[in-house]
Design a protein. Sequence first.
Length: 108
Amino acid sequence: MAEPIVVTDDTFETEVVKSPIPVLVDFWAAWCMPCRMVAPILKEIAAETEGRLKVAKLDVDQNPRTATRFGIMSIPTLMLFKNGKLVERLVGAMPKQRLMEKIKPHLD
């Protein structure tokens, strides 16, 4: 069963930008309660879209370069990348159904 992967400043380019399939990146931090609420939803999405979507988590406290590069001001921020390009930016915790509505059009 697919699980969200951990990405860092050093692995972001390889795991996200160069990924052959779309990648949903969760910009989060351990102290963020809404981030913790979203985590189990992202686990479900990773399992349900295995092979069509990669779900990744980036801790903004440990990886400030990437968080700054994408102008992360509040967390959780979810960004969907397809073919190396940012195609969706979702800020704040939201229900699974709403997340899937934003993700599905970008899945092959």
